[in-house]
Every structure is written in structure tokens, then in C-alpha cells.
Design a binder for this molecule. Structure first.
Ligand code: PDD
Length: 287
């Protein structure tokens, strides 16, 4: 059961866990977050998520609430207290509590920290991967700093809801050049006709996915050619395979885009192999 949350220095039952009504994360989305996959009770890709957390915080001029080592202890303790082995750890850091004003508080405030842990049923996520999922495409309508992992996720939430209503699992945003940027909560990939793995470059307005980065390495090690080169929805449908990556989806095959099949419409061997290799790597490096 995942019933214990960490809130500003204390572990509390979720039913009693609360943040202040003037928390700037709540009022202004003035907060960042990270999500770690958990394998056998250990945090996957620890380094990548800490690097991105520090970068997101620094872009918003919010201090790291504590050292990496202390934060790791808190995350691990949250996992231990919830007795979760396979799941996700969510960390949110907001600028803190202050009387509502758009500009930053003039008197220094302590960042507010929340950690929750949730369980994932790996058997059902494996079954989903083996079947593949559909994605829909939507016009990109997010702000210009998607590289910062903020909790300002309304466009992402609306996109995800549209995907669900269309019977799909993810929504891919498409920019004004007609190129896929990324998913509402994942990065987008194809294996093109030449056998090249392609995903959007980080000069574009995307989140620098930690899973994406590790997978680039894993794929190259497996002898695949990887290019940070964009693709259109048509190119995705004409591709041999497509998939998404993220702490939640890991590596998840995509078999249709806007209801039309990717390649022959079947789950591809490369995506499934990369899923297996990613999980192996994540397990081997988890802390
Ligand atoms: N989302 N792009 C977006 C917009 C995301 O929200 C995420 C992750 C990713 C993949 O990043 P990573 O590989 O570091 O998880 C890409 C998390 C899982 C979430 O919001 O729950």
C-alpha cells in the first residue's frame, strides 16, 4: 500500500497530508517535479533525474531544498515506508508559501517539498507493451520552456484526456513546422525505413527525458544508429516502428497514429528489445 507521503520534513499518512493554500505551486504552478521509476524498490536513472531537477530549479531560481544525498535518503525512506517494490516515486518542489503575488516573494521562503510513492503492476504494463498502444496528434499549444519540468501541465492534461476519449494512450504534440515534438508525458521515437532510430533534438521545445537519454546510449550499445532528427506524423506511420519513452511508460511500442497503423500495425521487435535492454540497464544502475 502506498499510504505515506513526505511533506516538508515529515512522513504523514496521505489522508492527513496537506499543503498550504498559498503554496505557490498550488496557486501559480510555481513548482517543479521529478518522477523516478522504481525497480525492486530502487530508484531508476538516479543521476539523470537529479541533474534535471537541479537544472529545473535553477532555471526558476528556486534553491535545492536539501543536498542530493539527503534527498535520496528521503526518497528511499518514502519507498521503504510504503513497501513498494515496483512503482513510481513523485517529488515536487515548489517555491514555497507566500501571500499571492505573481512576482517572487521578497522575503526568502523555504521551498516546499512533497514526495509520494505509487505502485505499478508490472504484469499489466508488460501486457500493454506487448499489445502496443495508439497515439493521437494535436497542435502544440504549450509554453516555450518545456525543458523545465514544471507542474504547469494543463495543456498536457487536456491532451491526455483527448487521447483517452479517442481510445488512445498518448497524445503527440505537432509544432508549426508539422514535426512531432513529444508526447503529453513521454518522448516520441520512430525506427525509420533506413533502420535509424529518430527522436526530436533538445534544441526543440521538449522535455529532456531521462529515459530518452539512457535509451540513446542503450540503443547505440546495441549497435543501432540513433539520430536526434525530427519526424512528421506521416513519417511515423510510414516508419517500421514507433514508441514512446518515459519513467512511466519505460519503452512502450506505438502501433497507430491517429487511428492509422504504424508500419504493418504490429508491435515491432526493435521496440520490444529496447524495452528489455532499458529495463536491464535501469535495474543494474538503480540505487
Ligand atoms: N513525464 N516529456 C514529457 C512532457 C514528460 O512529462 C515526460 C515524463 C517525458 C519523459 O521524461 P522521463 O523519461 O524523464 O520520464 C517527456 C513523467 C513521467 C510524468 O509527468 O509523470
Amino acid at each position: 500500500m502506498s499510504r505515506i507521503a513526505y511533506v516538508n520534513g515529515r512522513f504523514v499518512p496521505k489522508s492527513k497530508a496537506a499543503v498550504h493554500i498559498e503554496d505557490r505551486g498550488y496557486q501559480l504552478a510555481d513548482a517543479v517535479y521529478e518522477v523516478w521509476a522504481l525497480f525492486d524498490g530502487k530508484l531508476a536513472d538516479p543521476e539523470g533525474h537529479f541533474v534535471r531537477l537541479e537544472r529545473s530549479l535553477s532555471e526558476l531560481s528556486i534553491d535545492m531544498p536539501m543536498s542530493r544525498a539527503a534527498l535520496t535518503t528521503v526518497l528511499r525512506e518514502a519507498v521503504r515506508r510504503n513497501r513498494v517494490r515496483e512503482g513510481l516515486v513523485y517529488l515536487q518542489v515548489s517555491r514555497g508559501v507566500a501571500k499571492r503575488d505573481h512576482a517572487f516573494p521578497t522575503d526568502p521562503v523555504a521551498p516546499a517539498v512533497v514526495v509520494t510513492v505509487s505502485r505499478v503492476d508490472r504484469a499489466s504494463t508488460e501486457a500493454r507493451a506487448a499489445k502496443g498502444v495508439g497515439v493521437i496528434t494535436l497542435t502544440e499549444n504549450r509554453w516555450g520552456r518545456c525543458d523545465i519540468k514544471t507542474v504547469g501541465l494543463l495543456p498536457n492534461a487536456l491532451a491526455k484526456q483527448k487521447a483517452r476519449e479517442a481510445g488512445a494512450v498518448e497524445a503527440w504534440f505537432v509544432d508549426e513546422m508539422g514535426l512531432v515534438t513529444e508526447g503529453a508525458s513521454s518522448n516520441a521515437w520512430i525506427l525509420d525505413g533506413e533502420g535509424v532510430l529518430r527522436t526530436r533534438d533538445t534544441q526543440a521545445n521538449i522535455l529532456r527525458g531521462v529515459t530518452r537519454l539512457t535509451l540513446m546510449d542503450v540503443a547505440r550499445e546495441a549497435g543501432l544508429k540513433v539520430e536526434e532528427r525530427p519526424f512528421t506524423p506521416d513519417e511515423a506511420r510510414a516508419a517500421k516502428e514507433a514508441f514512446i519513452t518515459g519513467a512511466g511508460s519505460l519503452v512502450l511500442p506505438v502501433v497507430s497514429v491517429d487511428g492509422k497503423p504504424v508500419g504493418d500495425g504490429a508491435v515491432g521487435p526493435v521496440a520490444m528489445k529496447l524495452r528489455r535492454l532499458y529495463i536491464e540497464r535501469a535495474k543494474a544502475t538503480a540505487v
